[in-house]
Structure formats: structure tokens, C-alpha cells
Design a protein around this ligand. Structure first.
Ligand code: MN
Length: 300
């Protein structure tokens, strides 16, 4: 007889403990008070444990208001962003690096201020199609800023996540191995890999080997389909993805990410090339995504 809660032949753990999240761009294109209230309510209605908030414009976020809505709802939160070209710390432009440092410190203020403990995304580089490779100099400049942010974050109990992305969105970190090497360069123990299977699907040989290679340095996971729409409508092997997450013992957050021209932040839509409409009903999308992920995690 199989153990209670054990899914025959697939998983070694009896229960999934991963908090499940949804990116706020499934609901809203920004984070003013009204958008915050709408996104929090929708995230709760769809059954998720946390909402991922875009920190691209930290000055526009009312920290106290967001903290209050999160506490009322019992919802967790994370903050992610991609740096703009004008604030690229993966560069040799001292003014841009300083602007990037300021954005990251502002996003850290938002993260700790709203009661969250994770700041991730493309924070080590611009979210941008570069026209030349990264250099040792730009990599070191980036790592120096991330080291400073991580040191400040440690005192606030915040973990830093580096989301490696496909070659069209950064020239610095495109794979798990590059990210692990960069984390070694940074040298701070609160810096983790932020993996996104949409990007892995483009750059890695498979999902299992790189996910297992992260070990306990896997800190956050984005689940997205190859077309960034409904899970199960593209080419990603989610049985392999979730099998590897379970095999690795990963117990951190798993957040669904999907983008459509129906709900966009203008700057991010351009950076991510969100040109077409992948869905109309975001509640249906989010509920189906949660069910899809739960089906592939050990029964709780
Ligand atoms: Mn992502």
C-alpha cells in the first residue's frame, strides 16, 4: 500500500508546502490604491497564498496602504522588478549604476515596508535586448551593487533573488549556472536563484538538471507557459518541472506569471514584447493555473 498522501511513483514527499503565488500583472497594470485593493481581492478569490507586486516604480507604491490590505487579507507578498536601461547596473555608466542602486534600495524599502521578505526579478541588469555581450567590468559593477543591496536586505530579513532570463531580455544571466557563478561573485548568503521556466525553456538543455543544480540556493520559482498564457497550452514539460522541484526538496514560493495585452504596464509590455492578447478572463486563467500547479505537487 502506498503511504497516505503519496502519489504513486512520482514523488518522494507526502505533502506540498510551497506557497502558491500569482503575479499582479494578471490583475492590474500598476499598483495605485485602487489597483492594490483589486489585485489583493482577486488573488484571495482565486485561492492563492501570495501576490507578486511589481517594484519597477517603487516611489508610486503607498507602502502603508499596501501593508494594511495585505494584513487584512492574510495574503503574503513578494516584490520583483526589471531595471530600465537608464538605470542599468550592468554597465560602465556611473550615473546609470547610481540610478539602478537607488531603484533597488527603493524597492527594498517597499519590500520590507509592506512586510514581505523577498525581492527578486531582473535586478542585476536592465530588462532589455542588449546589442553586445556583458563584460567582466559590467558584471563586476552589477555584482557590487547587488552585494550592497543584499547586505542592506539582510538586516531587514529580506532575501534577494536573481531571475536569469532569456538572451533577448539580458546579456548577463541567461542560465542557472551563470547565476550560481554570479552569486559566488557577490558572496552574500541571502542571494538566491530566481528560476523561471519560461526562460529555462529557451536557454537550458532541460529543466531537471539545472533545477537540481541549484540545491538550497533555489529561492523563488516562476511558472509560466512557453507562450506566457494558459498553463498547458504550450510546450513546457511541467511534469518534469514539478518533478524536479519536488525531488530537490524545494519548499519556497511558486508563482504563476502570465502576460496579456489585456492588462499591461506600458514599460513592461515593451520590455517583454507583450504584443497580443493571450486571455480575456483573468480569474479563470488564475484559478486554472493554481489547479494545474496543485495537480503536479504532492497531495496535501
Ligand atoms: Mn519571470
Amino acid at each position: 500500500m502506498p503511504l497516505e498522501g503519496h502519489v504513486e511513483g512520482r514523488y518522494s514527499r507526502a505533502m506540498a508546502t510551497n506557497p502558491l503565488g500569482v503575479h499582479s500583472f494578471v490583475w492590474v497594470g500598476g499598483w495605485d490604491r485602487e489597483q492594490c485593493e483589486s489585485a489583493v481581492a482577486s488573488t484571495v478569490e482565486a485561492g492563492y497564498d501570495l501576490v507578486e507586486i511589481s517594484g519597477m516604480n517603487p516611489a508610486a507604491i503607498d507602502i502603508e496602504h499596501t501593508r494594511g490590505r495585505l494584513e487584512e487579507s492574510g495574503l503574503g507578498a513578494t516584490v520583483t522588478l526589471g531595471l530600465p536601461v537608464s538605470a542599468d547596473i550592468n554597465s560602465s555608466d556611473a550615473e546609470a549604476i547610481e540610478r539602478g542602486r537607488a531603484i533597488l534600495m527603493g524597492a527594498l524599502d517597499v519590500t520590507s515596508g509592506i512586510g514581505a521578505d523577498f525581492l527578486g526579478g531582473v535586478i542585476y541588469s536592465a530588462l532589455h535586448k542588449y546589442d553586445a555581450p556583458a563584460t567582466d567590468a559590467t558584471r563586476r559593477n552589477s555584482a557590487a551593487v547587488i552585494r550592497e543591496v543584499a547586505q542592506e536586505a539582510r538586516g531587514r530579513g529580506v532575501r534577494i533573488g536573481l531571475e536569469f532570463v532569456n538572451r533577448y531580455e539580458s546579456n548577463l544571466l541567461n542560465t542557472v549556472q551563470q547565476t550560481l557563478d554570479y552569486i559566488d561573485l557577490v558572496g552574500e548568503d541571502n542571494v538566491f536563484v530566481h528560476a523561471d521556466v519560461y526562460h529555462m525553456n529557451i536557454e537550458e538543455r532541460n529543466f531537471r538538471d539545472p533545477l537540481l543544480a541549484c540545491g538550497d540556493r533555489l529561492g523563488y520559482v516562476h511558472i509560466g507557459e512557453s507562450n506566457r498564457g494558459y498553463l498547458g497550452t504550450g510546450t513546457i514539460d511541467f511534469d518534469e518541472v514539478f518533478g524536479a522541484l519536488v525531488e530537490s526538496g524545494y519548499d519556497g514560493a511558486i508563482t504563476f506569471e502570465s502576460f496579456s495585452s489585456l492588462v499591461v504596464d506600458d514599460a513592461l509590455a515593451v520590455a517583454l514584447c507583450v504584443w497580443r492578447n493571450l486571455w480575456d478572463d483573468n480569474m479563470d486563467l488564475a484559478k486554472r493555473a493554481r489547479a494545474f500547479m496543485l495537480e503536479r505537487l504532492p497531495a496535501s
